[in-house]
Design a protein around this ligand. Structure first.
Ligand code: GAR
Length: 199
């Protein structure tokens, strides 16, 4: 059976990463030729040695490579990342809360997708949940897109709006955004890989 190898990059809590492990790792899917194949998350990489997600990964027996970016120029760090990712020969690299602005050294050499907690092109950047909460729009959202040279701007794979609820707190809005992420992200990855679930 064919195995589709994924690498996940993260920086913090890693709740999306854990959800991807639960929903996709070592599970079987059907490819475009109607063949059964299996997804394997072969490695995770983290730029933040303090990230909570590192501990949470321990029960899964998936390698976690912690590569701090401290003191390194962006290009130097990205070249390091590319070198390490290539060792694992992934079909796709998944940015799951990886809070780095990537240079072409990464974007031109690694096939990657990213999840962003807003309805792009609205609210790009590192504070998307707060920015969309504070905006006059009556919706937030979640987008999954191909990684390109420009931050949060690659072709959309899947996205969904989340209507705001009158009077809700930022925390409640954020919790609903994460719930939507947990639903949309695995679906988007399957779409990016042209896979579907077995019926
Ligand atoms: C997620 O909400 C993800 O969409 C966001 O970081 C959070 C990571 O949470 N990513 C970005 O803002 C990228 N610009 P997690 O570590 O619990 O999955």
């Amino acid at each position: 059976m064919k195995t589709i190898r994924l690498c996940i990059l993260f920086s913090g809590t890693g709740s999306n990463m854990l959800n991807l492990i639960r929903t996709l790792h070592l599970r079987e899917f059907i490819d475009e030729r109607d063949c059964v194949c299996r997804i394997e998350i072969v490695a995770t990489l983290c730029n933040n040695p303090q990230a909570k997600g590192i501990q949470a990964l321990q029960e899964f027996h998936i390698p976690c490579l912690v590569l701090s970016h401290k003191g390194l120029e962006r290009e130097v760090y990205d070249a390091l990342l590319v070198r390490e990712i290539r060792r694992y020969e992934p079909a796709l690299c998944v940015l799951s809360g990886f809070m780095r602005i990537l240079t072409p050294i990464f974007t031109q050499h690694i096939r990657a997708i990213n999840i962003h907690p807003s309805f792009l092109p609205h609210h790009k950047g590192a504070h998307a949940i707060r920015d969309s909460f504070e905006s006059p729009q009556d919706f937030g959202g979640v987008s999954v897109h191909w990684v390109s040279d420009e931050l949060d701007s690659g072709a959309i794979i899947a996205q969904e709006k989340l209507p705001k609820v009158a009077g809700e707190s930022l925390e409640d809005f954020e919790a609903r955004i994460h719930e939507l992420e947990y639903k949309l992200f695995p679906q988007a990855i399957l779409r990016a890989l042209a896979l579907h679930t077995r019926s």
